[in-house]
Design a protein. Structure first.
Length: 145
């Protein structure tokens, strides 16, 4: 129903050049709708990733001598990740500034900045570590073929 409604709306637009782009978007939306299990799994992975990141921030904050409520982190961290969607170089600077802004009143700006830099360093390290392992595994599989 959604697809047919959007299709009728798009066909009413006189700009013939942009219609193919909208048709591609609608086809993509339709394909996602046909794979609800994959969408559920992606949503589950995203939720678990948010929980792990909140746990990491909680552990780092305790290391800095600050006890942040986990519920507070579960509310604030998704907001920080949404703000990092603002165009930048991989969200660097925006993530840290938002974390300092949102958590600075709770723990002080200096400790919030330390927490932001530590969490970014851990995030980058684990991304490189897991990515490096996967790269090596796929490289070895490619050589076997």
């Amino acid at each position: 129903r959604l697809y047919s409604g959007f299709s009728k709306l798009i066909m009413a637009i006189p700009f013939q050049r942009i219609i193919p782009y909208f048709v591609k978007i609608l086809n993509t939306m339709d394909q996602y709708g046909q794979h609800k299990q994959i969408l559920f799994k992606a949503l589950l992975v995203s939720f678990l990733t948010q929980l792990v990141f909140a746990f990491i921030i909680h552990i780092l904050s305790r290391g800095l001598g600050i006890t942040l409520p986990v519920f507070h982190l579960l509310v604030v961290l998704p907001l920080i990740h949404i703000v990092t969607l603002i165009p930048s170089i991989n969200g660097l600077g925006i993530r840290e500034g938002t974390l300092v802004y949102l958590l600075g009143q709770t723990m002080g700006a200096e400790k919030a900045l330390a927490l932001a830099l530590l969490s970014t360093a851990i995030l980058i390290f684990w991304s490189l570590f897991v990515g490096g392992i996967l790269y090596i595994v796929f490289l070895l599989k490619a050589r076997e073929k």
